[in-house]
Design a protein around this ligand. Structure first.
Ligand SMILES: [Zn+2]
Length: 67
């Protein structure tokens, strides 16, 4: 049982470090492009969920005080 707890702590620590090095993930709404294409594919508008940045802050980074 103790081994499970230690394993969980290691996984949490690795995840926390990853969130510090790579704080962003691709926006779920636009898939990281930052824009939504019109059906024709020629026009597009900025993604509202990520404000056109195409990225979102990962949950782990939010927990560690990132913006
Ligand atoms: Zn987006």
């Amino acid at each position: 049982m103790t081994q499970l707890i230690v394993l969980g702590l290691i996984v949490a620590a690795v995840y926390a470090i990853q969130c510090l090095i790579w704080p962003f993930a691709a926006c779920r709404s636009c898939g990281g492009t930052g824009k939504h294409r019109s059906p024709s594919g020629k026009a597009f508008r900025s993604c509202g969920a990520c404000e056109g940045k195409g990225r979102r802050l990962r949950l782990g980074r939010k927990l560690f005080g990132g913006r």
